[in-house]
Design a binder for this molecule. Structure first.
Ligand SMILES: O=C(O)C(=O)C[C@]1(C(=O)O)C=C[C@@H](O)C=C1
Length: 258
């Protein structure tokens, strides 16, 4: 007796079974939302966004992944799930700095936050900061690099938004949605990830090459910059604009799927 060859129908039956299992698990995950809102008291802060927790989850996703599916697909699926869960707990909008490459910033926002979150494009970082500041739980996405203004100068001050995460968080060759940006939000208590502090520097001249990790800068009469420092190396009295989880660089040969 010979084994019957596997047919296309057999393979599709297996795929349907796996899809059903994944969907059932997603529905189960959704069943936790009401309790999450109650336990986190999301109604009081108006925001469910917890970047420190998200960073832990994404690190574990990298460690677990193997197989043929490109890691970028898996990352995007999880980003859509997490962002969807955040939005269902407390609706929010995302304000995007479209003053540079608006297309790249929109891609980043959609990769990171999915398509269910309303997105508004603004003509510069200051407009993003004002929109977030006037909201309860909205997020802002601001492009890093050289800037005609020192837009960061009020970030982190009482009553003003602060930097909460740096994107992209996972760095690997040919990753989609690779625009270099920060996420800002109004102060969210214990929500911040704190391994990297973001500090404002105001110097008479440009700092020596490589002296700091420069996120953004403005050159006018002085050199004004937004610099990332290890939290442990934070100078006393530094003017912080927020903090974020240290991005993870995946080894280029870390497996066929990465
Ligand atoms: O862990 C939480 O606090 C959640 O709200 C859950 C969840 C998720 O979907 O896993 C959603 C939003 C947060 O930013 C982090 C994680």
């Amino acid at each position: 007796m010979t084994d019957q060859p596997t047919t296309l129908d057999d393979l599709r039956t297996r795929i349907d079974q796996i899809d059903e299992d994944m969907h059932r698990l997603l529905i189960q995950r959704g069943g936790i939302i009401d309790e999450l809102v109650r336990v986190k008291r999301t109604g009081e802060t108006g925001s469910a966004f917890r970047p420190g927790r998200e960073a832990d989850m994404m690190r574990r996703l990298v460690e677990r992944h193997s197989g043929r599916l490109p890691f970028s697909a898996v990352e995007h699926i999880w980003r859509t799930i997490i962002s969807g869960f955040t939005h269902v707990q407390a609706p929010y909008g995302v304000h995007v700095d479209g003053s540079g490459d608006a297309g790249a910033m929109r891609d980043l926002a959609r990769f990171q936050m999915g398509f269910d979150v309303p997105l508004t494009l603004h003509d510069g970082p200051q407009a993003v900061i004002e929109a977030v500041s006037a909201s309860q739980g909205d997020l802002g996405l601001i492009r890093l690099g050289g800037s005609p203004t020192a837009w960061w100068s009020e970030l982190g001050e009482p009553g003003r938004p602060q930097i909460m995460s740096r994107l992209p968080f996972l760095i690997y060759p040919n990753r989609p949605a690779a625009a270099d940006a920060v996420v800002i939000a109004n102060h969210l208590g214990d929500a911040a990830a704190e391994d990297m502090a973001v500090v404002q520097f105001d110097l008479a001249g440009a700092p020596p090459e490589g002296a700091f990790q420069v996120l953004a800068y403005n050159i006018a009469d002085r050199w004004r910059g937004l610099v990332a420092l290890d939290k442990a190396r934070l100078p006393e009295g530094a003017r912080t604009a927020g903090s974020y989880a240290r991005p993870v660089t995946l080894a280029p040969n870390g497996g066929d799927a990465r």
